[in-house]
Design a protein around this ligand. Structure first.
Ligand code: HEC
Length: 142
């Protein structure tokens, strides 16, 4: 009989007991070994351990505009890029529902005269709270 707890087979004590219990059960005999519970728990904990800490939400809308590179394409208060519409007075013509959709689903309606290049995945990158912060801020630009 090969050494099943060493070498290439390397069964652990609990695994050996499980095999014995299986064979006893298979033979119709009374199962006399008890298998330790909580197997693999330490392993699972280690494997799923330190996930990266979640990003803290941005503290205000101007931080968000910079952090999510909105101002690379949009002017806000006269400052920024020109790939997208100037947002400096966006609140005068667009309501909150429109603004929210423009951020979460930019291709739902393409602003006339612009090529649809706005990133479509802000909804996956921002916290809901951050989206609302931006919507409130933009709606207030008049
Ligand atoms: C890569 C360039 C780019 C980036 C980055 C970008 N946008 Fe845009 N955005 C556009 C373009 C182009 C349009 C117009 C075409 C369209 O409707 O998709 C637009 C449209 C909009 C509109 C609608 C404007 C209108 O007059 O109808 C809003 C609001 C807006 N963007 C907000 C944002 C915000 C907020 C961010 C950052 C979270 C952002 N954009 C990031 C390019 C960009």
């Amino acid at each position: 009989m090969p050494d099943v707890s060493g070498g290439a087979i390397g069964l652990k004590e609990a695994e050996l007991k499980a095999v014995v219990a299986y064979l006893q059960d298979l033979a119709g005999a009374e199962v006399t070994v008890s298998i330790p519970t909580g197997l693999g728990q330490t392993q699972t904990k280690e494997a799923s351990a330190p996930a990266a800490a979640p990003r803290p939400p941005a503290k205000d809308a101007p931080t968000l505009l910079a952090q999510f590179t909105c101002t690379a394409c949009h002017k806000v208060k006269g400052q920024g890029g020109v790939l997208g519409p100037d947002l400096s007075k966006i609140g005068a013509t667009r309501d909150k529902n429109y603004l929210r959709r423009a951020i979460l689903d930019p291709n739902a309606e393409i602003t006339k005269g612009f090529v649809p290049t706005m990133p479509p995945n802000y909804g996956e990158q921002m916290y809901a709270k951050e989206v609302e912060m931006l919507v409130d801020y933009l709606a207030g630009l008049k």
